[in-house]
Design a protein around this ligand. Sequence first.
Ligand code: NAP
Length: 460
Amino acid sequence: MLRVAVVGSGPSGVYTAQALLQQSRVPDVRVHVLDRLPTPYGLVRYGVAPDHEKIKSLQNSLRAVLEDDRITFVGHVEVGGEGGLSPARLKELYHAVVYCVGAAADRPLAVPGEDLPGSFSATEFVSWYSAHPDTAADGFTLGARSAVVIGVGNVAVDVARILARGAAELRSTDVPPAALDALAASRVRDVHIAGRRGPSQARFTTKELRELGALPRARMVVNGAELALDPAYAAPAGAPGTPPLPAVVRRNLEVLRGWSADPPPQEDDLERHIRLRFFLRPVELLERGGRVAGVRFARTAPDGAGGVRDTGGHEDIEAQLVLRAVGYRGTPLPGLPFDPARSTVPHLAGRVLRDGVASPGEYVAGWIKRGPTGVIGSNRSCAKETVASLIDDAPLLAERAVAADPLGALRNWGLRPVEWNGWLSIERAEAALGRSLGRGQVKIPDWPGLLDAARGDGIG
Ligand code: NAP
């Protein structure tokens, strides 16, 4: 029997567990899926926006995998971190360990004023409305009339959409009561989304972009003059040396040009406005009264090679709330190698490389392997590649003696894992919380609440 630990129960972790069960070369594989949280599903639970019900429903297929008899969910067990299990200890328990720990940190903007009150990473905002139990920040929309979201990826679109929706449209989702109350009291009227490059380089996908234009109480404002294409794409189609315009850029441009043709909004218009801007590079967050008051941008223009150059012009946009949606970043896990330039674990086809040499029994999959890119489904092929490497190594791995009862060993080390029954108790408690509020399932937003609910049934 091959005993494998998968660290992380987000999509990459669950797809790794699934690939381990689906392969046929090693018939008897048992998988423990460990998570720091007492809840499974990673970013599907704590990152996918609450109003994206269809993507959220992926939890059902992840659940079906985790309910397989050969898989054990082991929540509330930290690997790495202060007081967490070390990779060396995990190797004593399992023949192989696959790290699927994602890219949990946010990238800094590295401009003056970034730490002013009122300036947050999009990750903090997403964690707050997703009820992540580590959320410390609060009061995002308090007193704000104008918000600036920096970055033009799908996370920027998510947070802008949640700001523009308001509470009434989110009541049917699992947003926790405190966030719902704050969004109900929000006076944010203008949400600016600012990209440092142009629409040819925007990272959002067309479906997500279109959704912004379909919000019932918000309208899009786009300035046609800012839709300039990089000259590399602007040459006539088929001109020698001209790269074809990627399909996603073509589709995005159609949507953006449609919005730019709309009449300009009226000042007395009661709707919220989402102002999608391009060619604005943030250089400083402005301060008034000890809080953020706006963002100063350098105006940029296409440089003909996919990048931008500064034009020498500047623009200040007023904002009492600034959200930096400039991408995620992997963080080092003590005891595992780390490539600081790429913020990933060095690997060869998923095998962890220590000093450039594959380390038998240690693997990576997901964002910590390839960086924070792609859609949820991208993790399937990524996991399959890693599992193929692991299974190739299996004859060697299975020779090593490991603990007969890893869960018992974890308990002996003072850990109190939350197993699947504990998670089911949390789910029941969240359903009961929702019923008491006249809503559907509502997430429990704090550690004591989650652990109390788990303890009802199943905590070790
Ligand atoms: P992203 O797609 O990498 O976008 C990051 C954005 O930040 C880019 O526009 C980037 O501009 C900008 N940026 C980076 N550094 C900057 C700086 N110093 N100053 C100004 N702008 C800066 O990252 P993301 O939005 O966090 O998304 C991460 C992944 O999750 C993506 O694969 C995304 O598709 C996925 N996701 C998907 C969904 C969905 O499918 N609904 C929802 C959320 C997230 P440059 O291009 O100029 O660097």
